[in-house]
Design a protein around this ligand. Structure first.
Ligand SMILES: O=C(O)CCC(=O)C(=O)O
Length: 210
């Protein structure tokens, strides 16, 4: 398990976001963008209220670890920290607001969201490269929900293999959902940037727990 030194995370709390965590269970502020005939993005800025408190509590509560990735035939530390929860875990999902969010997504998107992945980008050096999520190999049209906390970071989406990309800045409680054929026909990434405060993304996935 990776111990986070306090000096590893320098971030500015927005005072308005340190309120009691709550969500818009009706998803009334979501707007849908079709990025081609079969793939769409749902986006609701600042959907999670109290995002800074969620950020701080997850940093403290989760067993963060650093996985390895293969790059140019070498095993290297993944440039971010991760943690994972699913319905097969003996514990409840870390914070009550995450249980509420998971129930909301299950109802709204008619998918059994049963897993939550947490990604911590400590600073601008942390990143995730272009990829499509692995559940596309098992599921026809996986819906992947991301709730972002902490400092906004660029999040790009492009057609698989390259082409013009769409970009969002995701942080501070933003909700972002990739649906339809997104995981098959598009890739996404969080690129490295010259300077950034920490961002923690919460990814809700379905049909993954045993
Ligand atoms: O952190 C994010 O917003 C995206 C992470 C991601 O795409 C992944 O872990 O598969």
């Amino acid at each position: 398990m990776h111990q986070l030194a306090e000096s590893e995370l320098i971030w500015q709390q927005c005072l308005f976001a340190f309120e009691e965590p709550s969500i818009d269970g009706d998803l009334s502020t979501v707007t849908r963008t079709w990025i081609d005939e079969h793939s769409w993005i749902d986006y609701a800025p600042r959907w999670l209220h109290g995002a800074d408190r969620v950020f701080a509590e997850l940093i403290a509560l989760l067993p963060w670890s650093q996985r390895e990735v293969t790059m140019y035939d070498r095993r290297l530390p993944e440039p971010r920290l991760t943690a994972w929860w699913n319905t097969a875990s003996p514990e409840a999902e870390v914070l009550p607001v995450l249980a509420e969010a998971r129930a909301t997504f299950t109802r709204h998107y008619s998918r059994p969201f049963d897993s939550i992945g947490f990604n911590l980008y400590r600073d601008g050096h942390d990143s995730v490269a272009w990829h499509g999520d692995r559940e596309r190999f098992e599921l026809e049209d996986p819906t992947v929900v991301i709730v972002s906390t902490g400092q906004p970071r660029p999040f790009h989406v492009r057609p698989r293999g390259g082409g013009a990309s769409w970009s969002w800045q995701l942080g501070q409680g933003d909700l972002f959902v990739m649906g339809g054929s997104c995981q098959h026909d598009f890739e996404h990434c969080v690129p490295k940037v010259a300077a950034a405060g920490p961002r923690l993304s919460i990814m809700f996935r379905h049909n993954l727990a045993e």
